[in-house]
Ligand binder design. Structure first.
Ligand SMILES: NC(=O)C1=CN([C@@H]2O[C@H](COP(=O)(O)OP(=O)(O)OC[C@H]3O[C@@H](n4cnc5c(N)ncnc54)[C@H](OP(=O)(O)O)[C@@H]3O)[C@@H](O)[C@H]2O)C=CC1
Ligand SMILES: O=C1O[C@H](COP(=O)(O)O)[C@@H](O)[C@H](O)[C@H]1O
Length: 491
């Protein structure tokens, strides 16, 4: 049995009073601590402008993990590892004090000089922080130094390039960990294993046996408190450029020669390079967009996007996108990859459906009966598992068939709650495993792809809203598949 590596590190969180730190980072650090992946050799320094102190951050951390602790559990030993410093990232004076604080905690917690700088702040600050860390000698240490960057990584290719240049002036590519939290999800990580550890799938994983692949990530939530960010982003930048294209890359890549970070990334990059460029006047043949209007979700009436905030009135921002991707290589020629994502849809769910080619003729149905092609469904969330849809004999006399499903549920099999995506990614960044983080080349290729679509859309005024909250998006999304003779699989 392999031993769990217990990384030693000082974790510096920029944006420690924010939503991400509170909802994701503190609970993840706690889960790592509770599961023994972090022992006593760690300290966390929270930074933000607010006038908190060590007591306040410890109290906030305790509140943020409330749902995870056992009754009567004393979490004071855990929270005692947290420190806070009121800090304006734009003020150069603060960084000298930060250096002093980091060095003194390193001595106290024997973290061997390992430093993880987590930028849980608006991206406008990323370049400044990285350069200040370098200029103030915070990278000079006997241990490792890593920079974890939150999304969005730019707004388009030129801004992403500029940001990358700023970061690379201070940190090398192998020190930069760009978060795509979908890559931390258990079943997204399972895509490779399902494909490359199962002969029955990998031999069929090509254009001879697969009709199309569908990736759906639907949300029931609207923009909530993030209207300011979201209205400038939209679903294409928010979900397609990163999470959706990353899932497609994992589904379409060739088997890597080994499981090293470099080899896996190199195969994913080849997929992104093989994505067919969509010509400006053909965008509507491949991509459709939508924006939610009022509707009903789980029996509750909800308002439309444009009513969510005054600033959103008449907004042309897309809250839904569906697209057809064509991968121009030997394996995938002729196999469309359909993707769709949106807010305020019928259900919160992320799943992948692989539709296999049907048998040449069906002995068991009258010719005008519907056939049931075999499907492999990879359920990413909320349920984690895989389901294989087959046909079997209908019990009793006769030659009728009925669809059956072979299902595997992750939690039922492992008997444990799977780790949160952020928990895994935090751990990976501390042990130096960058496999599930995005390389700059992936970011750049993804922006190049979506920029063309966005440029085309920016020239046309869409007729929004065009789908009701609680639906599965606009009709155009169904039409996109229908014209190829397919439909979105509901399950
Ligand atoms: N929240 C989420 O679920 C997700 C967030 N992200 C990304 O994570 C990042 C953070 O998001 P989120 O936590 O939601 O944002 P918030 O707005 O909730 O938090 C921003 C943080 O930055 C701090 N801050 C702002 N200006 C300064 C400054 N000049 N100096 C020091 N600290 C400053 C704020 O604290 P104070 O006001 O006290 O200074 C606060 O702690 C963003 O890049 C976002 O896109 C990505 C995916 C999901
Ligand atoms: O990155 C983002 O992802 C979330 C959806 O993540 P999930 O893990 O809940 O599927 C999305 O709501 C958000 O707008 C986007 O920024």
């Amino acid at each position: 049995m392999s031993e769990t590596i217990q990384p030693k590190a000082t974790i510096v969180i920029f944006g420690a009073t924010g939503d991400l730190a509170n909802r994701k980072l503190y609970p993840s650090i706690y889960r790592l601590y509770k599961s023994g992946k972090l022992d006593e050799n760690f300290a966390v320094i929270g930074l933000a402008r607010r006038g908190w102190d060590n007591d306040v951050i410890r109290e906030k951390v305790e509140q943020s993990i409330q749902g995870l602790v056992d009754e009567d559990e004393d979490v004071s030993e855990f929270t005692s590892h947290f420190y806070y410093k009121s800090f304006d990232v734009t003020s150069t004076d603060s960084y000298n004090e930060l250096k002093f604080m980091v060095e003194s905690l390193e001595r106290e917690y024997h973290t061997e000089g390992n430093r993880l700088f987590y930028l849980a702040m608006a991206p406008d600050f990323f370049g400044t922080i990285a350069n200040q860390l370098k200029d103030h000698g915070l990278k000079e240490t006997s241990g490792w130094t890593r920079l974890v960057i939150e999304k969005p990584f730019g707004h388009d290719l030129p801004s992403a390039k500029k940001l990358n240049q700023e970061l690379q002036a201070a940190f090398s590519e192998n020190q930069i960990y760009r978060i795509d939290h979908y890559l931390g999800k258990e079943m997204v990580q399972n895509i490779e294993v399902i494909r490359f550890a199962n002969g029955i799938f990998e031999h069929l994983w090509n254009n001879q046996f697969i009709n199309n692949i569908q990736v759906t990530s639907s949300e029931t939530l609207g923009v909530e408190e993030r209207a300011h960010y979201y209205d400038k982003s939209g679903a294409t930048r928010d979900m397609i450029q990163n999470h959706m294209l990353q899932m497609v890359a994992l589904l379409a890549m060739e088997p890597p020669i080994n499981l090293s970070t470099e080899e896996i990334r190199s195969e994913k990059i080849k997929v992104l390079r093989a994505l067919r460029t969509i010509e400006a006047d053909k965008v509507s043949n491949y991509f459709v967009r939508g924006q939610y209007g009022p509707g009903e979700i789980d029996g509750e009436k909800v308002i439309g996007y444009q009513e969510e905030a005054d600033a959103l009135k008449d907004s042309a921002t897309e809250t839904f996108v569906a697209g057809k991707l064509v991968i121009d290589n030997y394996r995938w020629a002729g196999v469309p990859f359909y993707i769709r994502t949106g807010k305020r849809m019928k259900e919160k769910s992320t799943k992948i459906v692989v539709e296999f080619k049907d048998i040449p003729m069906n002995l068991y149905h009258k010719k005008d009966d519907l056939r049931n092609p075999n499907l492999l469904v990879i359920n990413i969330q909320p349920n984690e598992g895989i389901t294989l849809h087959l046909n079997a004999k209908k019990t009793g006399n006769g030659n009728l068939t009925e669809p059956i499903q072979l299902a595997y549920h992750q939690d039922a099999a492992s008997g444990i709650n799977t780790p949160e995506a952020y928990e895994k990614l935090l751990y990976d960044s501390m042990i130096g495993d960058a496999t599930n983080f995005t390389h700059w080349d992936e970011v750049a290729l993804s922006w190049e792809f979506v920029d063309r679509i966005l440029a085309n859309w920016s020239n046309e005024k869409p007729d929004f809203p065009n789908y009701a909250s609680g639906s599965m998006g606009p009709k155009a999304s169904d039409d996109l598949l229908e014209k190829d003779g397919f439909h979105w699989w509901p399950e």
